[in-house]
Write a protein that binds this ligand. Structure first.
Ligand SMILES: CC(C)(COP(=O)(O)OP(=O)(O)OC[C@H]1O[C@@H](n2cnc3c(N)ncnc32)[C@H](O)[C@@H]1OP(=O)(O)O)[C@@H](O)C(=O)NCCC(=O)NCCS
Length: 174
């Protein structure tokens, strides 16, 4: 399991110097689950799933802490068949901390800490303006092209779920 690594992020987020971004510990899964639930838009998985993610996929995930509290998370994994691709599964930021660059800083920190990746993939629903902006801006910062196409249609997702559009970004410069 990856050892938690904390580093100050002083450049981008406008949230003060207390913000740190690092790989999660198992117990951080609880905060990730709470933040995901509070968004009201993320597909909420079980608390168990977030704990397990923070155990087995810590090296490809990060949390942002402010004053000791987890205020944001990015869960991700390497595609097993294309290990140079980092797939971002969920991004969540506490409502009180949004609009200050926390999600962008987490994405940058995560991508730069996973060795040997040159592409980032994520899916967004067409109505999620914030998520679309987050990934488009990441691509712009890195000067990387974005390829978009439907990954899972509404008929596969069921329950009135909007289609999930795959953003494949890369090659990404470091
Ligand atoms: C989407 C989300 C993670 C963004 O977090 P955040 O910390 O507020 O994002 P940032 O401040 O880092 O913004 C990154 C960029 O996206 C833009 N952006 C963020 N939210 C936006 C919104 N609602 N509408 C338009 N643009 C938005 C920002 O302006 C910024 O662009 P800039 O570099 O040009 O300023 C957050 O709103 C959230 O948790 N939403 C609920 C969960 C969700 O939808 N997650 C994404 C799906 S996985």
């Amino acid at each position: 399991m990856a050892a938690p690594v904390e580093s100050p992020v002083l450049a981008r987020p406008n949230i003060g110097e207390e913000l740190t971004i690092g790989h999660p510990e198992v117990s951080d899964g609880v905060a990730c689950w709470r933040i995901a639930e509070a968004t009201g838009v993320l597909d909420l998985n079980s608390r168990y799933a977030y704990l397990l993610w923070c155990r087995d996929f810590a090296a490809t995930s990060v949390v942002a802490r402010h004053g000791g509290d987890v205020i944001g998370f990015v869960t991700g994994f390497r595609r097993p068949e294309v290990p140079s691709t980092l797939v971002v599964w969920q991004v969540g930021v506490d409502a009180a901390a949004r609009g200050r660059g926390v999600a962008a800083a987490m994405l940058d920190a995560l991508f730069d800490r996973v060795p040997g990746v040159d592409h980032l993939e994520a899916t967004v629903t067409p109505d999620n303006t914030g998520s679309i902006a987050l990934f488009n801006r990441f691509a712009e910062r890195r000067g990387a092209p974005v390829h978009r196409g439907e990954l899972f249609g509404a008929e596969l997702l069921g329950n009135g779920h909007a289609p999930e559009i795959l953003f494949r970004i890369g090659p990404v410069g470091r």
